[in-house]
Design a protein around this ligand. Structure first.
Ligand code: XMP
Length: 515
């Protein structure tokens, strides 16, 4: 993606949400990219952005070596918006005070507007915001005034309008701050005076061009397809750019949902007309997972086995110089592979789970995008709406929904229970409204009573969440009748299950998948 005219840069202080800010800005038709937090003021001057956003981050300004921008950045005359840690570091550098807050704040809070400002124009008088912080300012720097507060954060929104500096303790970029997009829009258009002429179509054209340039004549590309939206959009982009260099392969790792391989085949070959080779590698993957309990180790094993399958395939049908994957930005950032000092949440099988040595160079055309952006690209490429509404399914499959060791019994329970959850969500017309709906099983057993006899069985947990981009998520308030029906079906139809529970944790502090 390249767009030179109007740009807002996001300095990455290591937040899980740093890239999401850039993505939100692009969604508002202003080109945005992420740069390391220590990008020098002279480099920033050369880029000449209309505005700068400091992302949040996991550090505390009181820690030795915590990431800090250079002071001169505040003298460039470019509007700056600091978010969470970005606010705290701005306050600390400009002479205010930040302390470890008496109460850490995660989740929803109610922001009350105190003063009129360009940034919060049209918001309030009260609005819900999403917090995730330990430190908080106790005194803003000279020249700043408070424009909004919450019960636990007296300086939740501050400004020095004459210097065009703004700070927010909460996260306007996450979908759980309902008016967050309006706040970012105010920053872009009222404060930074942007015009907003960037479009997603530019992405399709520029990535088709760069794939053409990247792949040399006669070089062969192997595209790893899972039947999900990301890898399918990747395959369709490649087919548009380099049709005669492309081969697609689907590896069945034995950790798929009920009837998944057949369903995927019907869509890819039927509706989308892609030429795909199907490889059944289930027995090998499952045997490698024997005796493995640690979730990160499971992901690494699966990531490695995928690559070994592709290498084996390349020996038989190649050689292929390139491996194309549908990696998205959340996979990169959660595996701690971004531009800033972020911490590793999960080694997504296709990023942190890749082996150090592999025989391919990687093509990942979607690795700067979020799921909703990929859906827009998919629609621009002509993929059917029903396909674009498919729920995401993690590459390591049911292995990350089975807590502890993957055994044949737990795999059966997880697969059958997930099928019931998906069926019931679909027949209640909720499928397209929720982000994901599935079942989880671990090693916990609970006592049951069946046919007047004591029984002992596994506990199954249902997880249904709503999300826009998987960076944050909330549990879906399903009707009790529907939960009851799912529970009855799971305990009646699946042997060795005695209890069913429903997961009611949001992300953060939880993640969507249990492992
Ligand atoms: P978490 O569990 O981190 O998941 O909140 C965020 C989104 O990513 C999916 N997910 C994965 N997808 N490989 C993938 O392709 C992975 O290793 C992986 N782990 C999680 C998850 O289903 C959710 O939509």
């Amino acid at each position: 993606m390249q767009y030179k005219e109007e740009k807002v840069i996001v300095l990455d202080f290591g937040a899980q949400y740093a890239h999401l800010i850039a993505r939100r800005v692009r969604h508002l038709s202003v080109y945005s990219e992420l740069l390391p937090y220590d990008t020098s003021p002279s480099e920033i001057s050369k880029i000449n952005p209309s505005g700068i956003i400091f992302s949040g981050g996991p550090s505390s300004v009181h820690e030795k070596g915590s990431p800090r921008p250079q002071l001169e950045i505040f003298e460039l005359g470019i509007p700056i918006l600091g978010i969470c840690y970005g606010l705290q570091v701005m306050v600390d550098i400009l002479g205010g005070e930040v302390i470890k807050a008496p109460k850490r704040e995660y989740g929803k809070a109610s922001l009350e507007i105190d003063e009129e400002s360009d940034l919060l124009s049209g918001i309030g008088p009260k609005t819900t915001v999403w917090m995730s912080h330990g430190d908080a300012p106790t005194k803003p720097p000279n020249g700043f005034i408070t424009i909004g507060h919450t019960e636990n954060s007296p300086y939740a929104a501050i400004r020095d309008e004459s210097a065009q500096l703004f700070g927010l303790q909460f996260h306007p970029e996450v979908s759980h701050t309902p008016e967050g997009s309006k706040i970012l829009q105010n920053f872009l258009f009222k404060v930074c005076k942007c015009k907003g002429s960037w479009m997603m179509e530019s992405f399709v054209d520029s990535s088709v061009d760069s794939i053409k340039q990247l792949v040399g004549e006669g070089e062969k590309v192997l595209c790893a397809l899972s039947g999900g939206i990301d890898s399918t959009v990747t395959a369709v982009l490649l087919q548009r750019a380099i049709p005669s260099n492309l081969t697609c392969v689907f590896v069945d790792h034995g950790l798929l949902r009920l009837n998944e391989a057949n369903n995927v085949k019907a869509i890819l070959e039927g509706k989308l007309g892609l030429n795909v080779m199907f490889e059944d590698e289930g027995a090998r993957f499952i045997s490698k997972l024997n005796g493995v309990f640690d979730p990160e180790e499971k992901r690494k094993i699966i990531g490695e086995e995928f690559i070994r399958s592709f290498e084996q395939f390349s020996d038989q049908h190649g050689p292929f110089e390139w491996l194309a994957q549908g990696t998205l930005y959340p996979d990169v950032i959660e595996s701690a592979g971004g531009t800033g000092p972020s911490s590793r949440i999960k080694a997504h099988h296709n990023v942190g789970g890749l082996p150090e040595k592999m025989a391919f160079k990687l093509i990942e055309p979607l690795k700067d995008l979020y799921k909703d952006e990929v859906k827009t690209v998919g629609a621009l490429l002509g993929l059917p709406k029903s396909f674009l509404e498919k729920h995401p399914f993690p590459g390591p499959g049911l292995a990350v929904r089975i807590i502890g060791e993957v055994t044949t019994e737990k795999l059966r329970i997880c697969r059958d229970a997930s099928a019931i959850v998906e069926e019931e969500i679909t027949s209640s017309a909720l499928y397209a409204k929720v982000w994901q709906a599935f079942a989880i099983v671990g090693d916990d057993r609970a006592t049951g009573i069946q046919g007047d006899q004591r029984s002992e069985g596994y506990m199954v947990t249902i997880r249904v969440v709503e999300s826009v981009d998987a960076m944050t998520a909330d549990w879906t308030r399903l009707p009790f009748d529907l939960l009851e029906k799912m529970s009855n079906r799971i305990t009646n139809e699946i042997s060795k299950v005695s209890w069913v529970s429903y997961a009611i944790s949001s992300k953060p502090p939880s993640t969507i998948e249990p492992q």
